[in-house]
Write a protein that binds this ligand. Structure first.
Ligand code: MGD
Ligand code: MGD
Ligand code: SF4
Ligand code: MO
Length: 744
């Protein structure tokens, strides 16, 4: 067994490395070596910076000759706390998008025929100021909303929140966290106080046991997966619960295939076994929690028979997982979207928070909760900086009069204490004409929102839409004005990664064409709309953040630079930052973890005769979201050129399809046609489609209406669909592919 496991580990490792090398075409490998070889190193710009793809927060040195990025190489190890010398294929090679021919290099406005034409910054910003200003003046600021960008820096996101409240006069400002981990934030904030990972990345390497669920770690957080695998090689136990037998499952001591949408059921089943057999940490429960008795009572309905019937997980697997967790000296609980993107994601997260607390796995080395965050800066820009309808920076509640008064004074404006719309709600509110204009920054909502047939109608109908992006993406097609933004290699600021580490992002190239960093665009616009912003640089913006946000009180650019990263909370300049949350107490009024009873829940849409299969959606290693960046990388496109649907062999047989044949997937909201990939990775009742291709946008099938009641997260991970062979005549669905692929 041990030998077989070791062999499997080695094989997978080789595959991953081989694949990374394959992804870069040979021509390009040669080019990188030569372009650096040809030039004298001292003639190149080099900056130690942070990756702009995912929230792992890898750091490396980027080399540029001023025209393009030539190479990413390891930086000093002490400046790269998360990744050391490793990066994944995207961080290493994913830079062709920066110089792609279809980067936006000038502002665009609609001409009298409704076509885009190039415009000066002055003309474009004047139009934006008028377009947004007219709606504000006629209908009030609440008729406007702003979607902020978790791709952009902390400093820029702070200004996006400030711009919404001070300049537009609306609290309807939100970002992609709503589509992602906001149920994690809601669930953890309620039980522990902070809606963030309690661990440091290092804990993944020292834990005795790691439970992973709803996280395709190898593909979505590759560098964290490497660290987990190392720990498993050194003897740690790994438990994986996922509807798909994903690659990390090959390393696991136990893999359990779960039916999508019922996670609270098996988690409660484990908790039940633990408390009923007195395997919980009594001292921790006694001293550091409240609500234990309620939890104990509420989990009783999750009997072995019920858990197996609902989730498909046999009782022996619940028992072995429970015993492994209880016997381990330390355990980390890691999860991602499989747990959160549900109409009851917050409950799933609270069930997990209960399990971590009753087993005393919080606040000590090798223990804790770790929701692996998504976008490069969703932790900081998407949350900490407060471009949120309910919170100012640092999760300060806008409904709290004292806090609101502090921001009203600092920002010199009146702010309503009523929460604005969450991203998903903005699109529903537009149906009732409550939202009439939107400012969308670095978010491809026309593809990434649930139910995009509906989102497209909303974008079409708005009175005024501004899009600020690197590309004329699918969302920008609906805009009145498009503003060209600079990418993360063309500006300086900070990102905050998944373990709360704030790290420097540094300019290594001039902005492409006439594009400008988001903060400069916002400043110019604020001043055209009656304000007097006067920031010289992002370090100055961060000083303003420090003065208003206790969580970031001591996190200045100078200190981040000197420390090679700083973890929040960091209340003042003398504070060293916080490696691990809850070592002494929880961030709640009573200082305890307030456990919440979680009952039975199920997806909003379950299979029936018309739509008998469950569709789940997600990612693949080589692609990033809606493809705006990765579709422009030749090597990556060679590897995953198009969409597919994973179908179990039995299901494929009953439909009469083989790998490569086209299949029509239909839900209550739409239909797409994609090639089958026949695999027993998924169960016979489930299918999986990636989210990366506009041609067959899987969000035509998902549901925009049934949202998590606490977090407003959509149920991306469960939709009921029907399947049929599309037949030899069929073509894959094509919508707006050319805009993503950059052929225009
Ligand atoms: N290569 C790549 N990496 C990325 C991204 C990318 O686009 N490409 N995006 C980044 C972002 S923003 C995010 S948020 C993260 C997301 O990272 P992940 O959440 O890991 O990615 P997903 O593929 O969406 O889904 C994760 C897993 O959930 C499982 N799953 C589906 N339904 C259920 C369920 O009901 N219960 C359980 N327990 N599991 C379920 C799926 O089988 C899948 O293995 O990745 C980040 N990293
Ligand atoms: N069905 C289904 N749908 C999903 C998901 C799922 O699992 N299933 N996952 C959801 C999740 S977790 C997420 S995070 C979303 C992701 O959805 P999006 O955030 O919409 O996806 P991206 O393609 O990353 O879009 C980012 C945009 O920002 C632009 N950009 C990059 N850098 C900058 C910058 O510095 N400034 C500006 N202004 N623009 C910039 C890019 O060009 C791109 O257009 O998708 C969600 N949708
Ligand atoms: S793991 Fe994430 S942060 Fe690290 S290189 Fe890959 S995409 Fe970038
Ligand atoms: Mo995400």
């Amino acid at each position: 067994m041990q030998q077989a496991k070791q062999q499997a580990l080695e094989n997978v490792e080789h595959v991953a490395e081989g694949v990374a090398a394959d992804t870069l075409s040979e021509g390009k490998l040669f080019e990188v070596a030569q372009s650096i070889g040809d030039k004298r190193l001292e003639d190149l710009n080099v900056a130690d910076t942070t990756c702009g793809y995912c929230a792992v927060g890898c750091r490396f040195d980027l080399y540029s000759d001023g025209e393009e990025i030539l190479a990413a190489r390891p930086t000093e190890e002490e400046d790269a706390p998360v990744n050391g010398i490793s990066t994944c294929v995207k961080g290493k090679f994913g830079y062709d998008f920066i110089n792609s021919d279809d980067r936006l290099t000038t502002p665009l406005v609609r001409d009298e025929n409704g076509e885009f034409r190039e415009a000066s910054w002055d003309e474009a910003l004047t139009r934006v100021a008028e377009g947004l200003g007219d709606i504000r003046d006629q209908h009030g600021g609440e008729a406007l909303s702003l979607i902020a960008s978790s791709k952009a820096t902390n400093e820029e996101n702070y200004l996006m929140g400030k711009f919404a409240r001070q300049v537009l006069g609306t609290n309807s400002v939100d970002n992609c966290n709503r589509l992602c981990h906001s149920s994690t934030v809601a669930g953890l904030a309620k039980t522990y106080g902070y809606g963030a990972a309690s661990i440091s990345t290092e804990d993944l390497e020292i834990a005795d046991c790691i439970l992973l669920t709803g996280s395709n770690t190898t593909e979505a957080h590759p560098v964290l997966a490497t660290r987990i695998k190392q720990n498993v090689r050194d003897g740690a136990d790994l438990l994986v619960f996922d509807p798909r037998e994903i690659q990390i499952a090959e390393y696991a001591d136990q893999y359990s295939q779960v039916a999508p949408g019922y996670d609270a059921v098996w988690i409660n089943g484990i908790t039940r076994y633990i408390v009923n057999n007195d395997l919980h940490d009594e001292a921790f429960v006694e001293e550091r929690t409240t609500g234990f008795e309620d939890v104990k009572e509420s989990v009783q309905e999750f009997t072995p028979e019920r858990v197996e019937e609902v989730t498909g997980v046999p009782h022996e697997e619940i028992v072995s997982a429970a015993e492994t967790i209880a016997e381990a000296d330390s355990c980390v609980f890691g999860w991602t979207l499989g747990l959160t993107e549900h109409s009851h994601g917050t409950e799933n997260v609270m069930a997990m928070a209960n399990l971590a607390a009753v087993t005393g796995n919080l606040g000590k080395p090798g223990t804790g909760v770790s929701p692996f965050r998504g976008q490069n800066n969703v932790q900081g820009g998407g949350g900490d900086m407060g471009p949120l309808p309910d919170n100012f920076p640092g999760y300060q509640d806008i409904a709290d009069d004292e806090i609101r008064a502090k921001f009203e004074e600092a920002w010199d404006c009146d702010i309503s204490g009523e929460y604005g719309y969450y991203t998903t709600q903005m699109f529903l509110a537009a149906d009732d004409d409550d939202i009439k204009g939107m400012y969308i920054i670095g978010e491809n909502a026309a593809l990434s929102e649930p139910g995009v047939n509906h989102a497209e109608d909303v974008l079409e109908e708005l009175d005024f839409l501004v899009v600020q992006d690197l590309f004329l993406n699918e969302t920008a097609q609906y805009a009145d004005v498009v503003l060209p933004a600079s990418s993360f290699v063309e500006k300086t600021g900070t990102f905050t990664n998944t373990d709360r580490t704030v790290q420097m992002v540094k300019q290594v190239m001039e902005p492409k064409g006439d594009s400008r960093p988001d903060w400069e665009i916002l400043q110019d616009l604020a001043n055209r709309m009656g304000r007097a912003w006067d920031y010289d640089d992002t370090a100055e913006i961060m000083r303003e953040v420090n003065s208003l946000t206790p969580l970031y009180g001591g996190i200045s650019h100078e200190r981040v630079e000197a420390n090679g990263g700083l973890q929040w909370p960091c209340p003042d300049e003398d504070h060293p930052g916080t490696e691990r949350l809850y070592a002494e107490e929880f961030n709640t009024e009573n200082g305890k973890a307030n456990l919440q009873a979680v009952g039975y829940s199920e997806p909003a849409e379950t299979p029936d005769d018309d739509y008998p299969y469950t569709l789940t959606t997600g990612r693949v290693l080589y692609q990033y979201h809606t493809g705006t960046m990765t579709h422009r990388e030749e090597g990556i496109m060679k590897y995953t050129p198009s969409d597919f649907v994973e179908i179990h062999p039995e299901t494929a047989e009953s439909l009469g399809v083989e790998s490569g044949d086209l299949v029509t997937l239909e839900s209550r909201r739409g239909e797409i046609v994609v090639p089958a990939q026949v695999t027993d990775r998924v169960g016979p009742d489930n299918v999986f489609v990636p989210i990366h291709f506009a041609e067959s946008a899987v969000n035509r099938l998902t549901d925009e209406e049934h949202l998590d009641p606490a977090a407003a997260t959509p149920e991306f991970k469960v939709s009921a669909v029907s399947l049929r062979a599309a037949g030899p005549e069929a073509e894959p669905t094509v919508t707006t592919a050319e805009t993503t692929m950059g052929d225009d």
